[in-house]
Write a protein that binds this ligand. Structure first.
Ligand code: CTP
Length: 339
């Protein structure tokens, strides 16, 4: 631990520390610290390290909401961002005892760690790219209280969104109701039905460099939507179904020439032949195939065993991997296609 600029016998600690650091993270960063860093002071160990380092710098401001909203703090924050430091906006919520609620809270440790991890990421190969990911199931309403859905947890799509963000991308995640927490860094667009997911994809697609359709949109919805809750006494014998829009198929015409399109396929028979048909039929550049009969693959689990098919090239069967590693393997191929 180092606390002093000039400790006995260690006159150049700030230079040594600044050189050794892979990243410098200041959390919480107080209003006073922001102002001293913005002024370029070097009269304590931390500010001296900042001036002496070439490492990326991360700051998580946390303070009373009025101090955060003061124009002087705003100017300091803008100046520090202009230097190239990464400053997170504080969370809004309950502040110190008796101070009510407002912007100024330190974000949760997982959020801070995700941002620090991104700065440490060696593969920033998606910087300046916009990656659009869909995840999770959809819900197709039967009546105001009931719906048809499926067992998708959203884990694979969330892992993809997190990995793309970590590798430098701006990420939009269009998601049905997920069973896992939202990933840090992505802009979240929550949807329920296939229709809503289709609309959200269509809105975001024009600015996207990559679309990854990891969601499991329903293939069918009830043909009619009951406006009132269906009573037990008048329950129908059957619910008539009608096909939903295939989002990938419906967006073929809206895609930019260079947009890389990734689809998924969950198959139980003729796995590779069916996937190849979807790759061509849905106009994909790459398809990630799950064999639902394999242990450790598919819905709800943390691992996946996939085969990747591309338009050109042989099928690549990957070993059983964590969904995070599968996400990186998919993005490695996407980066190759973007070049
Ligand atoms: N997909 C889509 N819109 C739908 C259904 C699926 O865009 N309404 C996408 C999925 O997100 C996935 C790909 O299409 O990336 C393949 O999904 P899958 O359910 O395996 O294929 P289907 O076209 O539904 O074919 P089938 O039911 O015959 O297997």
């Amino acid at each position: 631990m180092h606390t002093e600029l000039f400790e006995a016998g260690h006159a150049l600690d700030h230079i040594r520390l600044a050189r050794a650091a892979d990243v410098i993270a200041i959390a919480p960063a107080t209003a006073d610290f922001l102002s001293r860093a913005a002024a370029g002071r070097a009269d304590d160990l931390l500010t001296a390290c900042l001036l002496a380092t070439k490492a990326p710098v991360f700051m998580a401001p946390a303070m009373n909401d009025r101090m955060w909203e003061h124009p002087q703090t705003g100017r300091n924050v803008a100046q520090l961002r202009e230097i190239g430091y990464h400053l997170l906006d504080p969370d809004t919520g309950d502040l110190a005892v008796g101070e009510g609620s407002g912007p100024g809270r330190l974000p949760e440790p997982e959020v801070l760690m995700a941002h620090i991890g991104r700065l440490l990421e060696a593969q920033a190969d998606l910087t300046n790219r916009h990656v659009l990911v869909t995840a999770g199931p959809t819900r197709e309403a039967v009546d105001p209280v009931r719906f048809l859905s499926n067992r998708s947890s959203g884990k694979m799509g969330v892992a993809l969104a997190a990995a793309a963000w970590r590798r430098g991308a701006r990420v939009t995640l269009v998601c049905g109701p997920l069973s896992v927490p939202h990933p840090v860094g992505a802009t979240i667009v929550p949807v329920e039905s296939v229709q809503e997911m289709h609309d959200a994809v269509r809105r975001a697609l024009p600015s996207a460099d990559v679309l990854v359709m990891a969601a499991a949109p329903a293939d069918f919805r009830p043909a009619t939507l009951a406006s009132e809750k269906i009573k037990k006494s008048t329950a129908p014998d059957a619910i008539a179904l009608t096909p939903t829009t295939d989002i990938l198929q419906a967006t073929v015409g809206d895609r930019g020439r260079d947009t890389v399109i990734v689809g998924f396929a969950l198959e139980t028979e003729d796995v590779l032949a069916n996937a190849q048909r979807k790759l061509e039929g849905k106009g994909l550049d790459l398809i990630v195939v799950n064999d639902a009969r394999e242990d450790g693959a598919g819905f709800g689990v943390d691992t996946n065993r996939v085969t990747i098919l591309q338009r050109r090239g042989a099928a690549e069967a990957l070993p059983l991997l964590s969904k995070d590693d599968v996400a990186d393997a998919i993005l490695d191929r996407v980066v190759g296609l973007l070049r």
